[in-house]
Each structure stands twice: as structure tokens, then as C-alpha cells.
Ligand binder design. Structure first.
Ligand SMILES: Nc1ncnc2c1ncn2[C@@H]1O[C@H](COP(=O)(O)OP(=O)(O)O)[C@@H](O)[C@H]1O
Ligand SMILES: [Mg+2]
Length: 266
């Protein structure tokens, strides 16, 4: 064989290796494998669930129900679908999260005992009178990556929530660095078939999710939660803003939050 022939042969081999993305499974199967959120009425809107291994953004104003939705995603995953979950909280302390969880008819403590639900507290600490910093004991971006990788590889975590990633953008001036880090995290999670939700808190305009540009870079889908006041009650809504690979319902739907969690009502 001529030198040229050999080279193109090995190039071809190399190319084959590099293009074999989905080992052992058909691409079709891989792309369509879904994991139900378990949130009542929601999976029906998105062809049965989220695509396994993908990253989703949940965005909305304060009080919209982002944390409850995310916690329920992990709760249902662990209790109904045998998918252990990890909740990384950047803003609300673990105590507060668990206290709020007690308002629901969910036995979170039991799941925590069984290591089917893990909560990692990466909350901000007060530094002097004005500044806030991420707890340096627990946190730097490498620390976050290592925590997630360990959880996924050693503990078999299948669902991850980061709540809210917008805190990272406020903390670090270099938006590009955070975006890159989140991208690296998202790729690692995808490789390990771990479905994840990155929460972003928006200002008053709940559709203004482009603030940090995360969704266009790494999210497979964006779900927006919001509420509107009517007299003395809050009407709550969910909207699937975009979802790759999914024929989803367009437009907003009403949701309610009760002791049983989030439900899409109509
Ligand atoms: N057990 C419950 N029943 C009904 N509503 C609840 C319950 N617990 C919390 N809520 C509502 O959920 C909202 C808080 O949701 P949360 O997920 O913390 O919001 P976000 O993370 O978007 O700021 C509150 O406005 C509260 O009214
Ligand atoms: Mg919250």
C-alpha cells in the first residue's frame, strides 16, 4: 500500500472513532429517550418527559415556584423512577429548603437517609456589610465540578438541580468564564446521562432569560414560570419557551402549587 493509502486508511479509522458518538445504541434511540419529570400534567406537554442527559433552564421571577418545581423533579425521580438526585443550592440554605419541603406531603428525609436525594449547600456568605461571597470552604468552580462529578460517577446520581445559577453570574464579573464552566459541567452531565435543571432567576420581565446568555449556549430547553396578581390571589403559569427535539405545547398554561406539589391545571 502506498504511503498515501495508509494515511487515508488511518485517517478514516480516526474519523470513525470520532464520529461514533453514541456507542452501542442507535442515535434514534439515544435522542428520544425521555425521563418523566413526574410533575402532574407537565410531561404530557413535552412528549412524555425531558430528554435524558440534557440540560434545561427553569427561569422566572422570585416566588414563581422554580425551587419547588426543581425539588419536585428530584423527589419524583427518586421516589417514582429510581433516579437519585442532587440539589445544589446557591441561595436558599439547606435548612430553608428542607423546611419548605416539609410543607409538602413528601417524605424527603427518608430519601435523604437512603441517599436517593442529596442536597449540597453552596450558599453565599456575608462578607463585611455589603459584599457577599460564595462560601470559600465549600465553593469554587472547580469544587462545584468535582462535587457534581463525584455525585454522578460514584453515587449514581441521575438528576441534578443547580439553583440558581444566576448567582454565579452576579458573583463573578467574567460572564464568559461562568458560561464556559457551566458548559463543561453540562457536557459532563450529558456524558453520564444525568438530566439537569439550571435555575435562573429573572427580574420583573420573566421572558428576559437572555441576560446571561446561558440558554443559547447550553440548554436543550427553557421553561418559564411566572405569576400574575388578580385581586388577592396569584395566578401561576408555566410556559415551555423552547425545547429541542420536542413538539411541545406553545403558550402558557395555568399551574397550581398545593401540598402535593406543582400541577398543570389547564
Ligand atoms: N405547601 C404549599 N402550598 C401552596 N403553595 C406553596 C406551598 N409552599 C410554597 N408555596 C408557594 O410557592 C412559592 C415559592 O416558590 P419557590 O419555588 O420558592 O419560588 P422561587 O424559587 O421561584 O423563588 C411561594 O410563593 C409560596 O406561595
Ligand atoms: Mg428559589
Amino acid at each position: 500500500m502506498s504511503r498515501r493509502g495508509k494515511r487515508s486508511e488511518s485517517l478514516l479509522d480516526e474519523l470513525r472513532k470520532r464520529t461514533k458518538v453514541f456507542e452501542g445504541e442507535s442515535v434514534e434511540e439515544e435522542l428520544s429517550e425521555r425521563t418523566p419529570t413526574g410533575i402532574k400534567g407537565f410531561d404530557e406537554l413535552i412528549q412524555g418527559g425531558l430528554i435524558r442527559g440534557e440540560t434545561y433552564i427553569i427561569s422566572g421571577v422570585s416566588g414563581a415556584g422554580k425551587s419547588i418545581f426543581s425539588l419536585e423533579f428530584l423527589y419524583r425521580g427518586a421516589s417514582q423512577f429510581n433516579e437519585p438526585g442532587l440539589y445544589v443550592t446557591f441561595e436558599e440554605t439547606m435548612q430553608s429548603l428542607l423546611r419548605n419541603g416539609k410543607n409538602f406531603d413528601w417524605n424527603l428525609a427518608n430519601l435523604i437517609d437512603k441517599k436517593k436525594l442529596l442536597i449540597a449547600d453552596f450558599t453565599l456568605m456575608t462578607l463585611g456589610d455589603t459584599a457577599l461571597t460564595l462560601n470559600p470552604e465549600a465553593f469554587n468552580l472547580d469544587g462545584l465540578y468535582v462535587t457534581l462529578e463525584t455525585a454522578v460517577k460514584d453515587l449514581g446520581i441521575k438528576r441534578v438541580v443547580l439553583d440558581p445559577v444566576s448567582v454565579l453570574f452576579l458573583q463573578y464579573p467574567n460572564v464568559g468564564v461562568i458560561r464556559r464552566e457551566l458548559n463543561i459541567i453540562s457536557s459532563m452531565l450529558r456524558k453520564n446521562k444525568c438530566t439537569s435543571i439550571f435555575v435562573t432567576e429573572t427580574g420583573n420581565d420573566p421572558t428576559n432569560i437572555t441576560r446571561f446568555g446561558v440558554e443559547e449556549y447550553l440548554a436543550n430547553g427553557v421553561i418559564v414560570l411566572y405569576w400574575e396578581a388578580e385581586d388577592d390571589k396569584r395566578n401561576r403559569y408555566i410556559e415551555v419557551f423552547k425545547m429541542r427535539g420536542t413538539a411541545h405545547h406553545a403558550g402558557r398554561r395555568r399551574i397550581s402549587i398545593t401540598n402535593d406539589g406543582v400541577s398543570v391545571i389547564y
